[in-house]
Design a protein around this ligand. Structure first.
Ligand code: SF4
Ligand code: SF4
Length: 126
């Protein structure tokens, strides 16, 4: 990861249709039980090598709804195992955390912009 969908989500379905890797679950399938759409961080690639920007945020009508979260890499394994934020898929009993498999992320987005609350729409500072 990834990007994360916040409580500003209005469940409009636009992002789900726009994600090139089918990483988004709707409110009825949100594994955390929250009443909003959900980005599966173990699938999200931040649209790296596919588009210039995250396509979910590009189409989302609710400004500030989709924010940067930490890169889905081993260094942040415990972050993605926090079940208040995420419920990761498992395969053969192994949870698909970053320790299982890391995902691509945008290296031009600094850690200072990552974490819940930083809008994806905001351009990185130089
Ligand atoms: S950033 Fe890209 S890959 Fe990740 S959920 Fe959004 S559209 Fe899908
Ligand atoms: S496009 Fe935005 S408001 Fe619509 S479902 Fe996705 S995150 Fe929620």
């Amino acid at each position: 990861m990834a990007v994360i969908i916040t409580e500003l989500c209005i469940n409009c379905d636009a992002c789900l249709q726009n994600c090139p890797v089918n990483a988004i679950a709707d409110d009825t399938d949100n594994p955390t039980g929250a009443n909003r759409y959900y980005v599966q961080p173990e699938k999200c690639v931040e649209c790296v090598d596919l588009f210039d920007d995250p396509q979910c945020a590009a189409i989302c009508p609710s400004i500030g709804c989709i924010t940067w979260d930490m890169p889905f890499i081993k260094e942040f394994d415990s972050h993605f195992l926090n079940e208040e934020l995420y419920k990761l898929c498992s395969k053969d009993g192994i949870v698909k955390s970053p320790a299982f498999k890391e995902k691509k992320y945008r290296k031009d987005i600094p850690l200072s912009m990552r974490g819940v609350g930083k809008e994806v729409q905001v351009e990185p500072e130089n």
